[in-house]
Ligand binder design. Structure first.
Ligand code: ZN
Length: 267
């Protein structure tokens, strides 16, 4: 079984990148303006490939590759910008919320989360505290992150929450084992792969990350699997993995240095 997940973050008005989600230059590099995001949706629509909701995958036969649009962090842009653009096409998104941030500056409150759910979008967990090295936590800590965030979202939604996405990009199998133990049935990672795996009755789905400045044509190429788009992300991912294996802190430090430098140059 295969699936194609695109991993977006916040969509914001103009260039107000700190208005939604986590502030700062590193986070902003994952956020798109409303205009750029609309262009991505146009490009995806032009492929003619249907956009699906993961908990309705049973209706998809195993010879197709369902496409999922996912949005991490639960910033206020989800309701202001992202959802209206999806709904204009009758598409649904998967929104993953950091439960400790609910109702804080730049993040959705309980009412906003309920509204997304009411509009037919899938709301899932993106952990409680958004650890950047989630897979570096102990099993007990991972289960707590998944279980407490799930309980909080179910309290808000009065509905079952069985889907999550791993924060921070760094994934190892125990993160899915912990998710399964906490009652999740589907876990999105940030590994750029289409092959769906099963870990303790939890489906594990990869995602291809979209960043600010990525062309709309990249989104459509990833969706249809044309050219080298998927392979290129896979190669970059594996190069980064070497750094991550050497110590996630090294990876995070290098990443921060790169973004700070890029930020300085922009001013
Ligand atoms: Zn995140």
């Amino acid at each position: 079984m295969h699936s194609l997940g695109l991993e977006y973050h916040d969509v914001v008005a103009g260039d107000e990148f700190d208005s939604s989600g986590f502030p700062g230059a590193a986070s902003a590099s994952y956020k798109l303006s409303e205009r750029d995001f609309a262009a991505h949706l146009d490009a995806i629509a032009a492929t003619g490939v249907p956009v699906s909701r993961v908990d309705r995958m049973a209706s998809v036969d195993s010879h197709t590759t369902p496409v999922f649009l996912t949005f991490d962090d639960g910033g206020v842009g989800a309701l202001r910008q992202t959802a209206p653009l999806l709904e204009a096409r009758a598409w649904v998104g998967h929104f993953f919320v950091v439960s400790d941030r609910i109702g804080t500056a730049g993040f959705l409150d309980a009412g906003g989360i309920r509204e997304l759910h009411r509009h037919g979008h899938l709301v899932g967990s993106h952990s409680c505290s958004h650890p950047l090295r989630f897979s570096g936590l102990t099993m007990r800590e991972m289960v707590r992150e998944w279980r407490d965030s799930r309980a909080m979202l179910e309290d808000i939604l009065h509905a079952e929450v069985t889907t999550a996405s791993v924060p921070g990009g760094y994934y190892r199998t125990p993160a899915a084992e912990a998710a399964a133990e906490a009652g999740y049935r589907t876990l999105f990672t940030s590994e750029p792969m289409t092959r769906v795996r099963l870990v303790c009755e939890c489906l594990v789905l990869g995602r291809y990350s979209i960043r600010r400045g990525d062309a709309p044509a990249l989104a459509s190429a990833l969706v249809v699997g044309h050219g080298a788009a998927r392979g290129r992300q896979w190669a970059i991912w594996n190069a980064k993995k070497v750094l991550k294996a050497a110590g996630g802190n090294v990876y995070l430090a290098v990443r921060d240095v790169i973004f700070e430098r890029a930020h300085r140059h922009a001013h």
